[in-house]
Design a protein around this ligand. Structure first.
Ligand SMILES: [Zn+2]
Length: 63
């Protein structure tokens, strides 16, 4: 069961390492959350593969 897990990402703006929680039960999803350090909006893209493993990509909103 991979209902939720945490991952570490690097903020695309300030480069700080942030811990985020992935809700794997939702499946593929995209959302925006402000960086806890520089308060800029980070775009998150979560993918869940057939094994239930979650992976997360981040990018800046103004790309
Ligand atoms: Zn930041």
């Amino acid at each position: 069961m991979h209902s939720s897990e945490s991952a570490h990402i690097d903020c695309p703006y300030c480069g700080e390492s942030l811990e985020v929680t992935i809700d794997g039960s939702v499946g593929q999803q995209e959302y925006i959350e402000d960086c806890q350090v520089c308060c800029k909006p980070i775009q998150f893209r979560v993918r869940v593969d057939a094994d239930g493993e979650s992976s997360i990509d981040v990018r800046s909103e103004d790309e």
